[in-house]
Design a protein around this ligand. Structure first.
Ligand code: GLA
Length: 649
């Protein structure tokens, strides 16, 4: 396990390099990421490469035993490139070239961009492929599956559709373009989605474009991977992701990469409401689930974020250290803080680093030192340990994308619903993975699969097999609504899952912000909102009924037996406590480990290998928490502190 930093030598006067790197070594930095935005310095004019300055920096780092992760600089093509090859600039939703001058404006499908990418990445790989100091590569930076409308993208999208549908007739039929006279009579009429009002466009077509946009980006990653691999057969390769509106399919993106990396900027103010308290943990669990193995935090919070928004509150004492430890507790093995020192110039000068502008070793720097000591000197025993859980929450890009342009009800968000279940499981102390819907589910006892709105046969088969073999499956509202073409199915919902559920949706009510209540068979009552599936049970037992409105007394939550397994169907979105109570019930006759009296906001996880098992408790609240563990002296956990217990000793 290693702690490192992000460093931008090209942004600093050369006289600072040596001193910076000496300080890095002294404070305990083991890894540095370099160069992901430095194209204009690496190739100042076309075909003229200057790696001398980078060689110098890498030599200084190597001298101190610090490893390097080298970024490919394709996020920021230099201005000469855009000038000479205007097709390299992406186009916006009106077909206009986006304004250059800030980063991320290159088009992945532009022939010139592809050519220049191959050249710069191959040159770098040739030059650094054998370097001992360079241990890993990062492709580009925070890649997005944006919807470019340039000529190259338009042409490529048409080819993609031709390959998929074979004929215009088939495509028209699949999309149902007879609606509003939207039928295509010539391929030249097909254009990427244009304009701001995209929810007026055809949902089948939009879905395809989301898929196409992600695939274009994935190809850009594969192209760079191949260039690196030609010269460097051994170093690992990754890319750093963040979660935003244009996040690509990260399961596909990372498929051929060595490990997943995530940019982790947890909020610096703990929210009052408890809904978001496990939000950091959720993102970390999601990252671990991408390759179902330990991962890297390529950028970690170091100071107050700011720049394109007002400056946030500065991290409270112990947050800079604590959030790194929290990531370790959820499977991170490598964490690089962003950034070594706050920039003096440029758009990002108020996104604060470990060192402030004054270059004084202040409070956060001392905390970072303490983090390096803790991780490198005291937590070494966690090296090689992994997280294995018996509960998984299923994620899917298809669902996430589908809701972006067809929101189902006021306040209903895919991520929020996933987080409610994650939150409930976290409170019980059980470990939870977040994995792709199509993963092999053997080894799990409980699968939570909220909102499988677009149901592929593969997912139906996967979940049916899981249940037949004795698993417990939780399904929810808006499941089985659509087929893979993003068209509605002419069946009772939950469509292909109805046999598993043993009940069907007789009618539904998009509650939005309105409220109803659910009365459980065990006497508990919970508020619900956003959505209400009014269920008619067949073989299923009713666990909860609605308490109000014209469907008062009708089933809201059911339980059914299928094969050796059990299926729960939750037709609505309930208040937070429901998810805790419900998960406790579901876990009752399983071997899922829980912890009694776990304070709300304290996160429990287990890292283990063949011979060791460690329980990690992280306090994600701003209060001291009292921890009671059976057969042990109670102890106090400070805010953002991690406590590790060896379960085998
Ligand atoms: C992202 C980017 C970084 C930097 C940080 C902070 O995560 O990858 O280059 O811009 O945000 O703004």
């Amino acid at each position: 396990m290693k702690i490192g930093v992000n460093y931008y030598p090209e942004q600093w006067d050369k006289v600072l390099w040596k001193n910076d790197i000496t300080q890095m070594a002294e404070v305990g930095v083991k890894v540095v990421r370099l160069a992901e935005f430095a194209w204009s310095r690496l190739e100042p004019t076309e075909g003229v490469y200057d790696f001398g300055w980078l060689d110098e920096v890498i030599a200084l780092l190597e001298e101190k035993g610090i490893e390097v992760i080298l970024g490919t600089p394709t996020n920021c093509p230099p201005l000469w490139l855009y000038e000479k090859y205007p097709d390299a600039v992406m186009c916006d939703e009106y077909g206009n070239k986006v304004t250059i001058g800030i980063r991320g404006h290159r088009c992945y499908n532009s022939p010139s961009m592809i050519k220049k990418t191959k050249q710069i990445v191959s040159k770098m790989a040739e030059h650094y492929g054998k370097s001992k100091a360079v241990v890993s590569w990062q492709i580009d930076n925070e890649l997005e599956a944006y919807h470019c409308t340039c000529e190259a993208c338009t042409e490529k999208f048409r080819t993609w559709l031709k390959l998929k549908y074979g004929s215009l007739e088939q495509m028209n039929k699949t999309y149902g373009t007879a609606m509003w006279s939207g039928e295509y009579s010539d391929w030249s009429q097909v254009k990427p989605p244009m304009g701001k009002q995209q929810h007026w466009l055809n949902p089948g077509f939009l879905m395809d474009h989301y898929r196409f946009a992600s695939e274009s980006m994935e190809q850009f990653v594969r192209l760079q991977t191949a260039c690196i691999r030609e010269f460097d057969k051994t170093s690992s390769i990754t890319t750093n992701m963040y979660l935003g509106n244009m996040t690509p399919d990260f399961y596909n993106t990372f498929q051929d990469l060595s490990y997943a990396s995530y940019d982790n900027y947890p909020v610096t103010v703990i929210p009052d409401g408890k809904e978001e308290i496990y939000s950091h943990a959720f993102h970390l669990d999601l990252t671990r689930g991408i390759k179902r193995k330990n991962f890297c935090i390529m950028e970690e919070l170091s100071g107050a974020p700011g720049c394109w928004m007002p400056i946030c509150r500065t991290p409270k004492p112990n947050m800079v250290k604590g959030y790194a430890l929290q990531a370790i507790a959820r499977g991170a093995d490598l964490i690089l803080h962003f950034r070594w020192r706050s920039a003096m110039k440029g758009a990002e000068m108020f996104w604060h680093g470990i060192l402030d502008h004054n270059n004084v070793q202040g409070r956060r720097y001392q905390e970072f030192r303490s983090l390096c000591e803790t991780v490198h000197d005291q937590l070494g025993f966690l090296e090689g340990t992994v997280i294995k859980n018996k509960v998984a929450l299923l994620f899917s890009h298809e669902q996430d994308n589908a809701f972006k342009f067809q929101q189902q009800a006021q306040g209903f968000h895919y991520y929020s619903q996933l987080k409610l279940f994650h939150n409930g499981v976290m409170r019980t102390g059980a470990g939870i993975d977040i994995i792709n819907m199509t993963e092999d589910l053997s080894g799990y006892e409980v699968i939570i699969a909220p909102t499988i709105y677009i149901a592929s046969q593969k997912v139906v088969d996967n979940l049916t097999l899981f249940v037949e073999n004795g698993g417990k499956l939780i399904l929810t509202n808006r499941t089985g609504v659509k087929d893979e073409t993003n068209a509605c199915v002419m069946e009772n919902l939950p469509g292909p899952f109805a046999p598993l559920v043993g009940a069907y949706v007789e009618e539904y009510d998009a509650l939005g912000d309105s409220k109803n209540i659910v009365q459980m068979r065990n006497g508990n009552c919970y508020t619900c909102s956003q959505w209400a599936d009014i269920l008619q049970e067949d073989t299923a037992q009713v666990l909860g009924v609605y308490g109000e409105d014209f469907y008062k007394g009708k089933a809201a939550i059911t339980q059914n037996t299928y094969g050796k397994g059990t299926i729960y169907y939750i037709g609505t979105i309930l208040e937070r406590d429901f998810y805790y109570d419900f998960m406790m019930e579901v876990f009752r006759d399983t071997t899922v480990e829980r912890m009694e009296d776990l304070p709300d906001g304290v996160e429990r996880s287990i890292r283990e290998d063949l011979n060791h098992r460690y329980m990690l408790l992280f306090n994600n609240t701003s209060h001291i928490q009292k921890i009671n563990i059976v057969d042990q002296e109670p102890f106090e956990l400070q805010p953002f502190d991690l406590h590790v217990i060896d379960l085998r000793s």
